[in-house]
Design a binder for this molecule. Sequence first.
Ligand code: SF4
Length: 260
Amino acid sequence: MGAIYIDPVKKRATIQRDECVECYACFNGLSQEHLNPTLVRTVRRVFAAMRLRFEPEPDVCPTAAFEPDELVWPRVVRRAFSDPRVPHESTGVEGRGTEEVKTNDVTGRVKVGDVGFTIEFGRPGVGVRFHQIQEMCWALAEANVSFEKKNPITSLMTDVPSGTLNPDILSEKVMSAIVEIKVPVERAEEIVRLVWQVEKKLGIVIALGVATRCDESGEEEVVAPILERLGYKLSRAKTNIGLGRVGTQEIQRAKETVQV
Ligand code: SF4
């Protein structure tokens, strides 16, 4: 996030707390040597005075300077959305905290006739603040979409019908977050245009994911033409082929019914 910088006054590496998203990459990614900081600085000064070039290993912190803070509400949401090893309390899922439609075989989130959208904010090095996500959620709620219940952004809403997030978190910055909604397929174009409009207003980059059901021949000819007309070049990203637990049980039940 560019949160670590050399303070020009202290002349030491410092973390700009408001930009840090608590991803813990710096803390977890470095091996720590626990050397005395005064000794390390003195050695470096001597090397510099003698014009000797010293190139420390980039992944070693000689003085074990990184120490994680005790995170409290609302700052704690930063880590939940930024450290991929921490599961979200609301969903129990790590990373962005949602299974999206990767488990649609089992969850059936996106049904025949539905189109699901994942609206993904932020990236490593970019990040997003919740007040930006809030603008999108308000616009979507006004368009009367259905927010996915098992999604950490939805769980942070104090009022789901209006898409209002808990005001405590609006200034918090996170690595990335996903808003998930679904609407009937006929509304696909309207939603894409709405997302474009809000994205432009916010001046940020959003990745839009679209999920829909294939027909019996494995093709999708309802939403794909709409997206192509809107200028997207389509390629299949992730395909659920129906081997999930619920599907298998249903097949078994169907077989038993036929035998009876
Ligand atoms: S926790 Fe992440 S964002 Fe914060 S300083 Fe470390 S690497 Fe940068």
